[in-house]
Design a protein around this ligand. Sequence first.
Ligand SMILES: Cc1cc2nc3c(=O)[nH]c(=O)nc-3n(C[C@H](O)[C@H](O)[C@H](O)COP(=O)(O)OP(=O)(O)OC[C@H]3O[C@@H](n4cnc5c(N)ncnc54)[C@H](O)[C@@H]3O)c2cc1C
Length: 429
Amino acid sequence: MKTTIIGSGVIGLFSAYYLNQQGHEVTIIERSNGEDSCSMGNAGMIVPSHFIPLAVPGMIEKGIKWMFNSESPFYVKPRLNLDLLSWGLKFYQAATKKKVERAMPALRDISLLSKTLYQDLAKTPDFDFAFEEKGLMMLCKTEHSFKEEIEVAQQANELGLKTKILSTKELHEFEPEVKPDVAGAIFYEGDAHLYPNQLVKNLKKHIQNKGVKFLYNTEVTGFDFEKSEIKKTKIKQIVGNTTQNRTANHSELITHNLIIATGSWSPLLADMLNIGLPMQAGKGYSVTYDQNEGKKLNIPSILLEARVAITPMSDNLIRFGGTMEIGGLNDKINMNRVRGIIKAVPNYFPDYQIDIPKKEQVWYGLRPCSPDGLPYIGRTNKYKNLVIASGHAMMGLSLAPATGKLVQEIIDNQKNSIEIDLYKPERYD
Ligand SMILES: Cc1cc2nc3c(=O)[nH]c(=O)nc-3n(C[C@H](O)[C@H](O)[C@H](O)COP(=O)(O)OP(=O)(O)OC[C@H]3O[C@@H](n4cnc5c(N)ncnc54)[C@H](O)[C@@H]3O)c2cc1C
């Protein structure tokens, strides 16, 4: 069966991986040259620990306070935009105790499925992506947030996730070369991490060798549909590499199964099909350095109050990532926020000093954020041959194998590995 996937981020790639295994003839259409996406410069964390969605009671009040600090980890650019206002209202409506409690086991299940699939994948010969199961430390600078995090850890335990409240001695044993100075820490034993750039590169190579076709520099511009079926996908291929000789070839592909996996741009494609897919792009930044001999960090950590992720990855690299700027689809780098990330590090690790990077060293990515913090995964009611797989916000890397597997099961009309009711793509349409 011919299947077309739009988008070559981790979600598109893992969908292709599982569909190809089941004998589908897969083509991936990608607007860029495939050398960068949100799926590459991220923090590489696989996070069953993140079982609470972003939309929780109290988050809006916190967000409003953060908006007045240019180095804060969260920012909504105020603008008179109907999509943003409607997204904000839906976020507010999702941030209730009842809805959060309903979402938690669903997020746990998809996270654990994904981690198991990563474990299997890591055993594949000649397919290395620096997968490590070292857990994750939530570092709390203040007693107040430490207390709150102990309560979160209790909820995690009730869901069957293993946590440990670390004593200062244990914390210093984890990081003997750069001792943290914090009020306390929670250790999530079941978290893992990998090197996303290597994952994406090797996953592409792997599926290409298995016969998956890639159309790079090719943008999907529209669809032909009849009643409840998409018949053709319209594409624009950019030919030539300089502005002088660049031209666009317009053509169309016959469409059997179609998967929209275009991250933050998914609402634009859904809109072409008259489907409402509320989503905002949440920009985040990262910088990657070589680790210093004698001053190395070992275990991935989150600096809780600063919302900064630190991942020692691959052999000797360390990546610092953070911020969530809800400011539309744009590629502007705000160095104040990058400074906020870097300046937070010595607050938690006083002996770890890093220079503020130059703008050219900063990577940014746009997280596809749904208002309720849950991904959109499923077949649509409007079109029988359309599946949407998007909206994974800050967990796309973590949830990508499970999403890919679910996409394959949906396309093949198989029983899903987990319950996916809460992930319906048209839940707001
Ligand atoms: C700073 C930062 C840190 C993060 N850390 C983590 C982490 O530790 N763990 C984790 O799980 N997640 C993390 N994330 C989130 C994660 O990176 C994203 O959720 C994930 O990459 C989204 O993947 P995607 O495939 O949906 O989208 P993308 O990677 O954005 O891919 C979508 C692709 O679709 C293409 N496209 C768009 N429109 C069209 C079109 N019309 N035609 C053709 N192609 C099109 C785009 O060019 C793009 O390549 C982080 C994100 C950031 C920014």
